[in-house]
Design a protein around this ligand. Sequence first.
Ligand code: PXL
Length: 271
Amino acid sequence: MANRPKKVLTIAGSDCSGGAGLQADLKTFQERGVYGMTAVTCLVAMEPATWHHIVKPVDMEMIQTQIKTILDGINGVDALKTGMLPTADIIKQVGIMLKDCGVKHIVIDPVMVCKGAGQPLFPENTAAMIKYLLPVAEVVTPNTFEAEQLAGVPEIKTLDDVFEAAIKIQSLGAKNVIIKAARVFKGKAINVLFDGKALYKYELDKVRTKWTHGAGCSFSACVTAELAKKAKVLEAFQTATDFVNEGLKKSFPLNGFVGPIWHKAYAEAGN
Ligand code: PXL
């Protein structure tokens, strides 16, 4: 059969609210025309009255079994991404399984904290990401907070700081680094790509909204889908930036605490 869809895997946590985590990844995969599969690393639920996050890791053996099911049991996985990996041990095991796994495109979203959860994941997780995940990454997609942790730099405040962090993180072993740097600028949203040779900046008008849940997960999922479809990293970077920017224009509240991007917005805008 001609034109079979590309097959992509996300190794990520479940966000029961549906906006972030593997739910965001699957929605993004579907929108971008690829077939999505999952290895669930943890379950996230929230206290309804406070939106306090409760995170329960899945046991290690079951995480490994899910990844084996896909990598050893499915013919030809075109790309994969990682999302929330809740413990340093899980980060290490996933990194070991991805090294030499043969999947051509690996995107690492170094999730360290849920927006609004207020409970950063731990420094030993950052160390494990640097040791086990950056070396297997074709692309790593930190936000500015995650970039500060990975690069070991103080607060990123200027475009030059973003460039410096991208170069540092690339030197730790990721082939390409994309920093989602919207936080740093007023009025504009700038993402930066460093591919080991050149720095690229992609600038759009910032979407003024409080409802940004799942933007990061959806960004890395879109990069993964585009790479699976044989886009170059630079093209995937631009498409993912546009995809999330459109999604933010139509984001909406679920309650007083949280509101996701609307994954269909990019297609609805005629793309
Ligand atoms: O947005 C980061 C994130 C990633 N993965 C899961 C989450 C969240 C934030 O809520 O729940 C599963």
